[in-house]
Design a binder for this molecule. Structure first.
Ligand SMILES: Nc1ncnc2c1ncn2[C@@H]1O[C@H](COP(=O)(O)OP(=O)(O)OP(=O)(O)O)[C@@H](O)[C@H]1O
Ligand SMILES: [Mg+2]
Length: 227
């Protein structure tokens, strides 16, 4: 294994570790505090409702704050769910991809069609697995957040020594920023797209973003199957 491959593996492992630490920190800190705030506010609302001269705006405001906290908690928990560590080491790529798709459907009201075409490699290196799965999660999350449609299609197949994963939707689409020149905003603004591109590059692969306003979006990642 070359020094570059080794460095890429180390970086991926560290990134995963950091991600899991952040997930745990958020779960144990802010999420628990928000739960505590929610139950205290609910209690307060109950106590105040027995106070006859409470202005009606006051109790409406408390109800609004309770609603906001509930929505935030739901959002945070669904985000934490997305970033929980899939069993990268124990499970094969196809199995993890299926899990991610099922999980996405259960967390959102979305529908994902999944097509995995044989032959798929018996084993896929851990870094390639991590890169592909994280790219899948971010792509599905982007469909949910930006495409304005409920349906996405995921396809996995091999071609000329490469593993190819494609996530497409028929939603709003967008103009992908150029990768070079003064308009190359991906570096600064689009952390999701940039992260996907960097993950692909770390395992010697490439990311393609095909989209246009009105025509939907197709994210394709190709990684070599060496090893
Ligand atoms: N499937 C999609 N359909 C429509 N627009 C998309 C899609 N995927 C990405 N985009 C557009 O590209 C932009 C950049 O996506 P990117 O994932 O980099 O950032 P983001 O999702 O806005 O934020 P985050 O950094 O949390 O991922 C989005 O803000 C959105 O405008
Ligand atoms: Mg995103």
């Amino acid at each position: 294994m070359s020094d570059r491959d080794l460095a890429a593996r180390r970086l991926l492992a560290v990134t995963e570790e950091e991600l899991q630490r952040i997930v745990l920190d958020i779960h144990d800190g802010p999420v628990q505090n928000l739960f505590a705030a929610l139950s205290q506010l609910t209690l307060l609302r109950g106590q105040l409702s027995t106070t006859a001269d409470l202005p009606v705006e006051c109790s409406a405001a408390i109800t609004r704050v309770i609603g906001l906290i509930e929505v935030s908690l739901r959002d945070i928990r669904s985000l934490l769910g997305v970033f929980r560590a899939p069993a990268f080491v124990e499970n094969g790529l196809a199995e993890i991809i299926e899990d991610i798709v099922i999980q996405h459907e259960s967390f959102t009201s979305g529908m994902v069609t999944l097509e995995m075409n044989e032959p798929l490699p018996e084993t896929v290196s851990l870094p390639a697995k991590i890169a592909l799965c994280r790219i899948l999660q971010e792509s599905l999350s982007n469909v949910r957040r930006h495409a304005g449609v409920e349906t996405a299609a995921v396809k996995l197949w091999t071609e000329k020594g490469r593993l190819i994963l494609e996530v497409s939707d028929r939603g709003h689409g967008f103009q992908p920023p150029p990768l070079n020149g003064p308009q190359a905003t991906e570096r600064h603004e689009h952390i999701g797209l940039r992260g996907m591109r960097e993950r692909a590059a770390l395992v010697g692969g490439k990311l393609f973003v095909e989209s246009q306003p009105g025509t939907g979006t197709r994210i394709r990642v190709e990684v070599p199957m060496h090893e």
